[in-house]
Ligand binder design. Structure first.
Ligand code: NAD
Length: 350
């Protein structure tokens, strides 16, 4: 095998720590290190895992890391210099600031969905537009909601053709550890103006797909829920749609016999499966909800906001570095290493 791709994680929170673990599971990648702003329990676990920790601002952070008994390997600038590619998982808007550093050091970088499309110029979903990322210096992996929508819309559009999609997104209020956003006791139209930004965001990947979206935030932390309505190019059978979805392991059709009634059950299933952090990286589509009415398709899908973008980041690394030019091969490798595909033949640990 060719040399392994050296990956650095700049920003190690909800998304960054998951991408770091996913990179560690790839036989064609190595983890140069992770960058933290300060010591905390996530830094402690990273150290326990043996990940080299670099400080975002060593002048400020060095003594704090020392006091916590955690050693740092250097500055994040030094980490970036050692890497072939950086996955930037800093908070929304900070990626854009970090871009100056990547430009200065002439390093390719992946940004996350909190950044505007223009920060990278190319937005990415592994199934839909892998080729657009090949050889690029900057690419953005789209947000959790947009990733879930791109997977589904691409699959149905490829199989049957989508004339127009209309989506209502019921968004989680915050992540489970995100106390600053709660508690709240309200349903928040977010954004209040219609349509929401999610439709144009999907179009950064599926350029010609007509889509309108609206979104509300609700007091839950587990997952998002989408109600998706599509007018298709022709009337097809429900079985044809189910068949199109089944071809993609990153979408999981929940059978009714599993008695999964809510997002809470989906996450509980992740716990039962013994998945790391209960992650459900697949779109969780309720099979019973998949309904055809003439040329109209309706369904519900749950999106695990903390993890669905993780395999997309792994594939984006392969695309940008050109180590794998075939998206299906990259996705298959990522799916296998991350146990993606709930109904695929893999084992639950006893
Ligand atoms: P987070 O707040 O959980 O983690 C961000 C980490 O980056 C923190 O540890 C923070 O200390 C660190 N950081 C702060 N300033 C930094 C800097 N200058 N350089 C490097 N690191 C810095 O955030 P998150 O939820 O993981 O989100 C990261 C990105 O992923 C955002 O663009 C977000 O929109 C996107 N995203 C988040 C979710 C989600 O549900 N959490 C889903 C998909 C995409």
């Amino acid at each position: 095998m060719a040399d392994k791709i050296k990956v650095a994680l700049n920003g190690y929170g909800t998304i960054g720590k998951r991408v770091a673990d996913a990179v560690m599971r790839q036989d064609d990648m190595t983890l140069v290190g992770i960058a933290k702003t300060k010591p905390d329990y996530e830094a402690y676990v990273a150290a326990k895992k043996g990940y080299p920790i670099y400080a975002v601002d060593p002048g400020k952070a060095e003594s704090k890391f020392k006091a916590a008994g955690l050693s740092i390997a250097g500055s994040n600038k030094e980490m970036i210099k050692k890497a072939d590619i950086i996955v930037d998982c800093a908070p929304e808007g900070i990626g854009e600031e970090n871009k100056k550093l990547y430009e200065e050091l002439k390093k390719p970088a992946i940004f996350q969905g909190g950044e505007e499309h223009e920060v990278a110029g190319t937005s990415f979903n592994a199934a839909a537009n892998y080729n657009e990322a090949i050889g690029k210096q900057f690419v953005r992996v789209v947000s959790c909601n947009t990733t879930g929508l791109c997977r589904l819309l691409y699959a149905v559009d490829k199989a049957v053709g989508v004339k127009k999609a209309r989506v209502i997104l019921i968004r989680r209020g915050g992540d489970p550890n995100d106390i600053k956003r709660g508690p709240m006791n309200a349903i928040v139209p977010d954004p209040i103006h219609l349509p929401s930004h999610h439709g144009p965001d999907v179009q950064t990947v599926l350029h010609n797909l007509p889509i309108v979206t609206s979104a509300v935030k609700v007091p839950t932390t587990l997952m998002h829920m989408h109600f998706v309505n599509m007018t298709l190019n022709k009337a097809v059978s429900r079985d044809e749609i189910l068949g199109a979805i089944r071809q993609w392991p990153r979408m999981w059709l929940i059978p009714s016999w599993m008695n999964i009634k809510s997002t809470a059950d989906v996450i509980e299933f992740g716990r039962e499966l013994g998945r790391p952090r209960n992650d459900m990286m697949e779109n969780a589509i309720w099979e019973e909800s998949v309904t055809m009415d003439g040329d109209e398709l309706n369904l519900f899908q749950g999106i695990h906001q903390e993890s669905d973008v993780v395999p997309e980041n792994v594939d984006c690394i392969r695309a940008m570095t050109g180590i794998e030019k075939d998206n299906m091969k990259s996705m298959a490798k990522t799916n296998k290493t991350l146990n993606i595909g709930v109904v695929s033949p893999w084992k639950c640990s006893p």
